[in-house]
Design a protein around this ligand. Sequence first.
Ligand code: ADE
Ligand code: ZN
Length: 326
Amino acid sequence: SAIAAAIRTLPKAELHLHIEGTLEPALALELAARNGVELPWTNVDDLAKQYEFEDLQSFLNLYYQLMAVLKTEDDFRDLMLANLRHAAEDGVRHAEIFFDPQVHMKNGTAFETVLNGLKEGARIGRERYGVTVGLIMSVVRDESVASADELIDVAAPYANDILGIGLDSAEVGFPPHLFEDVYRKAKELGWHRVAHAGEEGPVGYIEEALDLLHVERIDHGTHAADSPAMMERLAAEGIGLTSCPLSNLRLNVVDKPSDLPILEFMNNDMAVTINSDDPAYFGGYIAANYDILVTGLGLKLDDLARLAGNSLAVSFITEEERAALF
Ligand code: ADE
Ligand code: ZN
């Protein structure tokens, strides 16, 4: 349709994407064979049947299992490049991309291997597709705080290669306040700060992320819709929200598209943005996440242009980068 084509030409930033969540089933099987990693599935059809999720944890189980096939610098480079090709096709000019080093390190892959591969993919992707990339190192919150502390120590020598710190994985039972010291160190290293909050967790987790982790954006933040006071605060403080519609639907954070709180957030003047989270798992890259707002919520092109504008406004792109891009 005309609107689908227009969506793909809107200049936008992708602010909530896990690079490991771009691992398509066919590539997972190819890398498993190449790297000698055993998976319970040997063909794409069998693997594809595993993509029915009940909740966040049921998704994370498959996501972590498939992450074990990523081993070499080339694997991470190729994953980043494949993702940036999709991004460019969907009108993404700038991407701030999560990676989960604790999981790779547990799988026996060195931090440097992961970082170097992603950086190389980003460098080639910028040349090839004109998309700028920042890397957000994500702390896996269902690992110990000691493990998060060790990660900061391992990453500190590469502080300049990292744009920010994030907090992801199983949310309920792992509240933001556990990571107050970790985020203090991250700030000292000069990193931006974001955290997943209010995806499955309550609005109180959003409050902790703001008050104790001093985050500049909230990832998901879907449950902010439960609290008019929180919506008002997020608007007043100009805190960006990185909503992921297809993710919220596939993980049953909301029951149906009309329950997505996007319009409500926009009507409350919140800096809400549209993102893809784990596109290989949730049925579409970023433009498909804009599409569902048209088909499921009745948004118009000027609404989508506003959402795309928000994404550039709450990105961590510097003024020089902005000038070079536009
Ligand atoms: N890791 C990858 N995707 C995630 C999500 N949607 N929530 C929490 N952790 C994640
Ligand atoms: Zn996420």
